[in-house]
Design a protein around this ligand. Sequence first.
Ligand code: NAD
Length: 443
Amino acid sequence: MRVSIFGTGYVGLVTGTCLAEVGNHVLCIDIDQAKVDGLRRGVIPIYEPGLEPMVKANTAAGRLSFSTEAAEALGHADIVFIAVGTPPDEDGSADLRHVLAVARSIGEHMQRPTLVVDKSTVPVGTADRVRAVIAGELQRRGVDIDFDVVSNPEFLKEGDAVKDCMRPDRIIIGAESEDAVERMRGLYAPFNRNHERLVVMDTRSAELTKYAANAMLATKISFMNEIANIAERVGADVEMVRQGIGSDPRIGYSFIYPGAGYGGSCFPKDVQALERTARQIGYEARLLSAVEAVNDDQKRHLFALISRHFDGQLRGRCIALWGLAFKPNTDDMREAPSRTLLEQLWAAGARVQVFDPEAMDEARRLFGERADLRYCESSGQALEGADALVVVTEWKAFWSPDFDALAAALGGKVVFDGRNIYDPDQVESAGLAYYGIGRGRSV
Ligand code: NAD
């Protein structure tokens, strides 16, 4: 099949590449000329395990190409995806500017019957708005071309995106016509062989499904952080509690890790957007507000522990930070807890030495050069002359450090484990003070 995809970010590039991998001819469109130029030369703009060789192989095979021209996209394909960003608006609702701009381009350049597939995360009712914008453009041009709009929200996880895309847990199709469903079924057939993964519904339910999924996951995290905060105050170890409750299959072990708060480009904005959607229709989503509030506090929790340990005297202190990305296996720092912590440390007058296996370029882009920030080339270099170590992202490479070497390097002899990846006894037996999240002894 011939497919075009508007938006060549985490979702668009991965989706386009995976669709090309199974034999489709895919044209990826982006308004970012530098990104498109880079991709044409084989430069992948994001870090995503397994993506680079797939992009290169499919480009070389002539199944994957890149352009900035919307007209080309509509000439190339009769299935056109919208996979552009939907960042938060000033009031937290989803900003549909990019989605609606693409809808206008589609209407402006449509040449033959086209199936428009919305993969961006968008509020309920957006498929109708996209349909109206396209129809308006066609009317303005005085042409009558058949088109349909399908909602097909994406569930890939950054860091596992290629795997999730090639082997999705489920494929949500929100459609208003049988014909659209059948065409989507055909497109996804190579990913749907082993067992039925397609869940077909109306567009509004599909749009809400995506928000409900992210809100549920964010709720699990905030719930566990709340339990961690209680554990810390009552002298219990949340890691024991986690294992105790996870063993109940109704609860399960996944996504109940306490930590430094959730970040990334999805959970914060999607929880907010769903809350705003609810408010717009006169419903106060109290649980979602609490999920957000708990998370905002949690992102500040590591700083509170650090500040308390040093009796509020952080001016002139040097803090080593391991991990900047919002989670391991990505270079994405959008809404990352590390950013909140850095701002707080700087405001308190501390200097910071940072290392992340993949996010150093992104950090440089965000913060530039500043006297109170040293970009390090290794986790070891970040410790040089530091008073304390803070683990913010649980990259595998940070899991088994030499604690004796850590104790020798750190002037303040203290480790703040923002992801509970260390055994407190092991850290303490090396002569270091240990702080985790929700591990009773921290108070
Ligand atoms: P991104 O910011 O990485 O990429 C978006 C791309 O769209 C950018 O390259 C931008 O230049 C391009 N763009 C903007 N306007 C355009 C236009 N008019 N024409 C062509 N390209 C245009 O975003 P992302 O992380 O890939 O997310 C895309 C959507 O998918 C969002 O709605 C997001 O919520 C959703 N989503 C993201 C993830 C994730 O893990 N990142 C997972 C599931 C769903």
